[in-house]
Ligand binder design. Structure first.
Ligand code: ZN
Length: 267
């Protein structure tokens, strides 16, 4: 392969590696951010549960006051009963007393329900707060690990970056400029393999004549569709580049007793 081309191929490999570091560092950072958010959400939820419990407590007071008011009403109507003279008035007061008694029963039921709800909210809040405490501790450890992992990535990145700048110096400026322009315009892929006559950057088939040129590797050739720099590397998994299989002389190796053995050997 043309020396300049092989340097461009190596440069692309380094840039791909560098992009991988960035992605990996970003992934690790994001993981920590997501975890921090999940933990924070627990604290927010706990706070909301406590607020809900306080609201319920407030409404318990309102219900209680309504019950007390009904009790007062009963006392007042009972006093009035002693003064009434007609049966009609008496009946009306009795009805009012019954209604007030029913209201007291209802408020007691409501109060019980509200108290149960408030207790459930407070329990949930405590549960969430405990989780929050435990997770916060773990988070501190996770943050340290993240920092450590990123430090390692950065160190490795610095090494690769160093190799890259060394290599870049060995490639003519015009090629580097072209390469870098492609790199930024073609999603970090400026130099691609050609496989079966197909550009592995845009997956278009290049004309056969150009494919042959790329195979020879004497000069730098660009994909007519995506302009990426093409190179050819023999791929043992691809039929077009497979070395001719030399059919083994089975008789020379051992005595064959059937066709099956022959097939196995060739595979
Ligand atoms: Zn292409």
């Amino acid at each position: 392969m043309n020396e300049e081309l092989s340097k461009l191929v190596a440069l692309q490999e380094l840039d791909t590696e560098l992009a991988g570091f960035d992605r990996e560092a970003e992934r690790i950072r994001q993981e920590l951010v997501d975890r921090e958010k999940a933990v924070k959400d627990r604290a927010i939820l706990a706070e909301q549960c406590r607020e809900k419990a306080a609201e319920l407590e407030q409404s318990r007071h309102t219900i209680k006051a309504a019950g007390e008011e009904a009790a007062d009403r009963i006392k007042e109507r009972q006093i009035k009963m002693m003064q009434v003279q007609t049966s009609r008035e008496h009946q009306a007061l009795l009805k009012e007393i019954e209604d007030a008694k029913k209201q007291i029963r209802d408020t007691e039921e409501q109060m019980l329900h509200v108290m149960e709800q408030a207790e459930a909210e407070l329990n949930r809040a405590t549960e969430l707060e405990n989780l929050y405490k435990g997770e916060t501790k773990l988070l501190t450890e996770a943050a340290k690990k993240t920092e450590e992992a990123i430090r390692k990535i950065e160190a490795r990145r610095a090494e690769v970056l160093n190799s890259r700048s060394q290599l870049a110096k060995e490639i003519p400026d015009t090629q580097i400029k072209r390469y870098e322009k492609l790199l930024s315009k073609r999603k970090g892929l400026a130099v691609v393999k050609i496989l079966g006559g197909v550009c592995q950057g845009c997956f278009m088939t290049v004309p056969p004549q150009q494919f042959n040129q790329v195979r020879k590797g004497n000069d730098i050739s660009a994909c007519p569709a995506c302009q990426r720099i093409l190179y050819y590397k023999p791929d043992p998994n691809h039929p077009e580049v497979m070395q001719p299989i030399l059919r083994p002389q089975l008789e020379d190796l051992y005595e064959s007793d059937g066709e099956d053995d022959e097939d196995e050997l060739i595979e």
